[in-house]
Design a protein around this ligand. Structure first.
Ligand code: AMP
Length: 630
């Protein structure tokens, strides 16, 4: 473990010495004067004084280096049975065109643009066009619905919204423009311009004076040659909203220089990429994995990035492996859920394919259970399956097997060791380090490395209180429980807060609760995540109805429909239980572990008071109070 250990130690003890040579590998209009400014914790600035551009590092750089004919993106839609290869040269043309649209529509440096697109190349093109002119994009996962969108629009106040007529999933169109219309009816902020990508899937309703088709606006306003804006390293590049413990999502704000350097380095030292390879992150551009490893990092490193529209099992469970075979994919990144889904089908879909191009598969997003790891290793005939752990906030790996530097022995179920610049500890609520093998909360000693969130968009105070004030000395709180074993391997056990991961998608139970509370029959609700064999976790809800309301299956369906309409189908509530009273402490706080135990049909176990300070009596009383209604 020498090489990893030495490098990791250097990254903690001397960030300047660690990051300076890495920063030299990216393009700067003006080189940074200083690696790190930590004078105002917890606001850390990386590569201070540096001037660069994200789009230049992703696109122009490679065209100028003579790679214009190399594919930058390969788009495969198993939904529409279509494919498209976009070379770096073609990509530059399309990005410049859309940058011209942005400029001529009045979008300037620092303005926000909200992107609500399915898995189409235009999602990447419009993001790159934004960063080209220094505008801040905010991509919203196209599985989110009206209320989730409206909250994000009101927070980001975008000058432009970009959407499509529809996405396509499991063989059916999923309208998107109509959801934008409904969301815009709810927002306080009025969006002046909506650009609609017409895929010919459904007929979108166009609002005169506000909405324009992509094709038309490009023809009208896309003719200028727009150079890359020179932006400071610490100027923001994008906002990505993520769920937390309150109903309002947090807009994680990413910088420019730190983001490019960190992602570039991850391709080399974590994923072990070689120039010219094909990299496939089978995620969605609406999540952080899609931002980092579909849109950006493969291009920062001059690779070909595969954009996939579809599921792993449509039209059949062999689709992913045919794509790997056809495009000779070198490295893949997906979620444990994808493998748990594939596990249900005949393994010949995988074993029958030539996967010889594939060197490694990385997984993240949720805990990877050992049986799924063992199954995946077997059916891929020993392709290394590497678990790594990170978050929207970090933008890249916090825990990883440092594959590109040193391939350390895998312990199934463990995302291995701290990544570069992450000084991790497993602590108790007072911030005291737990002994090896004991559960605690995973925290990091500041500074947090380059590429992490700079702040919460428009809310520095929330950035401090959500991440740095729960523990002493500005320790960064990941929000996850973890164990560090005697060999230094970390095991991540799940969230310590009210966030759940459904098939790798991050949702706040509070957002689901707010949707349920908006139903006219509901008085009180508690939503939690319970274990699910395939999706990892699913949301369930305990509901107290308003007086005079009768419990029924129809009402359950109706409540669930409200969740689907407001948050999205991914938040669909697995089970709703009507009760007379929620289990609460004397002071009125819901005892969530009682709700969990009741749903999982488990014994409440040892009625320990440790985790939430609730007394045994209160728990007993609370359980008695929960009378289920049929
Ligand atoms: P997101 O911000 O959507 O990337 O979600 C981040 C959360 O996903 C983390 O805080 C963890 O709870 C969970 N997570 C991500 N990767 C892993 C992993 N490899 N093992 C366990 N949990 C993970």
């Amino acid at each position: 473990m020498g090489k990893y250990q030495d490098l990791h130690k250097l990254s903690i003890e001397d960030p300047e010495a660690f990051w300076k040579p890495i920063a030299e590998k990216i393009f700067w209009y003006k080189k940074p004067d200083k690696v790190l400014d930590a004078s105002r914790p917890p606001f850390y600035k990386w590569f201070v004084g540096g001037v660069t551009n994200t789009c230049y590092n992703a696109v122009d750089r490679w065209v100028e280096a003579g790679k214009k004919d190399q594919p930058a993106y390969i788009w495969v839609s198993s939904e529409l049975n279509q494919e498209r290869t976009i070379t770096y040269g073609q990509l530059l043309d399309e990005v410049v065109q859309f940058a011209s649209v942005l400029k001529n529509s009045g979008v300037k440096k620092g303005d926000r643009v909200l992107i609500y697109l399915p898995m189409v190349p235009e999602a990447c093109i419009s993001a790159l066009a934004c960063v080209r002119i220094g505008a801040i994009h905010s991509i919203v996962f196209a599985g989110f619905s009206t209320e989730s969108l409206a909250v994000r629009i009101d927070d980001a106040k975008p000058k432009m919204v970009i959407c499509a007529d529809a996405g396509h999933r499991a063989g059916k169109p999923v309208p998107l423009k109509s959801i934008i219309d409904e969301a815009l009816d709810r927002t306080e902020y009025k969006v002046p311009l909506v650009v609609v990508l017409d895929r010919g899937l459904v007929k979108p309703n166009m609002v005169a004076g506000r909405d324009m088709f992509w094709k038309d606006i490009v023809a009208q306003k896309g003719k200028d040659s727009v150079p890359c804006e020179q932006v400071a390293s610490s100027d923001p590049s994008y906002i990505l909203y993520t769920s937390g413990t309150t109903g309002k999502p947090k807009g994680a704000l990413r910088d420019t220089g730190g983001h490019i350097v960190a992602l570039y380095n991850s391709m080399e030292t974590i994923y072990g990429c070689k120039p010219g390879e094909v990299y496939w992150a089978a995620s969605d551009v609406g999540w952080v994995v899609g931002h980092s490893y579909i849109i950006y990092a493969p291009l920062f490193y001059g690779l070909t990035s595969l954009i996939y529209e579809g599921t792993p099992i449509h039209p059949d469970p062999g689709i992913w492996f045919r794509i790997i075979e056809k495009y000779k994919v070198d490295r893949m990144f997906t979620s444990p859920t994808a493998f748990r889904v594939l596990k249900k089908f005949d393994e010949k879909h995988i074993t029958g394919r030539d996967l010889s191009s594939l060197k490694v598969i990385f997984l993240a997003g949720e805990p990877l259970d050992a049986p799924t790891w063992e199954w995946a290793t077997r059916v891929t005939k020993n392709i290394p399956i590497i678990d790594h752990y990170w978050q929207t906030e970090s933008g890249w790996a916090i825990l990883t097997n440092p594959w590109g530097v040193e391939q350390v022995t895998i312990k199934p179920g463990s995302p291995t060791f701290p990544s570069w610049g992450w000084d991790l500890k497993v602590v108790d609520p007072a911030g005291k380090e737990m002994p090896a093998g004991e559960k605690g909360v995973l925290v990091a000693k500041p500074p947090i490395p380059p590429g992490c969130l700079m702040t919460v968009y428009g809310d520095d105070e929330r950035y401090e209180s959500a991440y740095f004030k729960q523990f002493p000395e500005f320790l960064y709180a990941t929000g996850d429980y973890a164990i560090k074993d005697k060999d230094g391997y970390y095991f991540v056990l799940g969230r310590a807060d009210e966030v759940i991961k459904v098939a790798g998608h991050r949702l706040g139970t509070r957002e689901i609760e707010e949707a349920i509370l908006s139903h006219s029959a509901v008085a009180e609700v508690c939503t939690i995540g319970i274990e699910d064999k395939e999706k990892g976790q699913v949301p369930v809800a305990m509901v107290v109805l308003k007086e005079g309301q009768k419990p029924s299956d129809e009402l359950k369906k109706d409540i669930n429909q409200t969740v689907r309409n407001n948050v999205g189908a991914i938040a669909s509530v697995h089970e709703i239980e009507f009760v007379v009273k929620l289990p609460k402490t004397r002071s009125g706080k819901i005892i969530r572990r009682v709700v969990k135990a009741l749903f999982e049909g488990k014994d409440i176990g040892d009625l320990s008071t440790i985790e939430d300070g609730t007394s045994v009596d209160e728990i007993r009383q609370a359980i008695k109070d929960v009378v289920k209604l049929k």
